[in-house]
Design a protein around this ligand. Structure first.
Ligand code: HEC
Length: 124
């Protein structure tokens, strides 16, 4: 009799707890929009691309052949983009995260830049 009580208690617990199944909530991928953080608006040169290039001005500052200083940055960059084949743009390939340039983009920055070029590399 005692054994049976233990068995039924065990069976009851099993039944009750097997009903407590729940699905884990999967985290939303942080970067599901080509580096624009889920933002579907076009990438802005002034507020998103230019700030990345300010990291480069130690070598590519005013007066240099590649000049990313304010005022010159867009004109410099526009000569280094290839809107027909965005991923071949020098501004994208030279400092790529897996490249060997003196300074490289972070993965998110490279994705953002590529998206901006794909959208026509506008001075927006
Ligand atoms: C430590 C110095 C240094 C830093 C920092 C640096 N670069 Fe350069 N970069 C150079 C040198 C040197 C060259 C080759 C000479 C030249 O064209 O000015 C070059 C060339 C380039 C070129 C090729 C231009 C061409 O016409 O072939 C691109 C594009 C470029 N850099 C982008 C960047 C970007 C974007 C950053 C910032 C993420 C950066 N660089 C940071 C030194 C640097």
């Amino acid at each position: 009799m005692k054994k049976q009580i233990i068995f039924f208690t065990f069976a009851l617990f099993t039944l009750v707890f097997s009903g407590c199944k729940y699905d884990f909530i999967l985290p939303v991928p942080e970067d599901d929009n080509g580096g624009n953080g889920g933002n579907t608006n076009p990438v802005s040169f002034a507020s998103q691309i230019f700030p990345i290039l300010t990291n480069c001005t130690a070598c590519h500052g005013a007066g240099k052949s590649i000049d990313f200083s304010a005022g010159a940055a867009y004109s410099t960059v526009s000569k280094l983009v290839n809107t027909a084949s965005p991923a071949q743009s020098k501004i994208y390939t030279v400092p790529s995260p897996d490249g060997s340039h003196a300074m490289k983009y972070k993965t998110g920055e490279a994705a953002l830049l590529l998206k901006w070029i794909t959208e026509g590399a506008k001075n927006n």
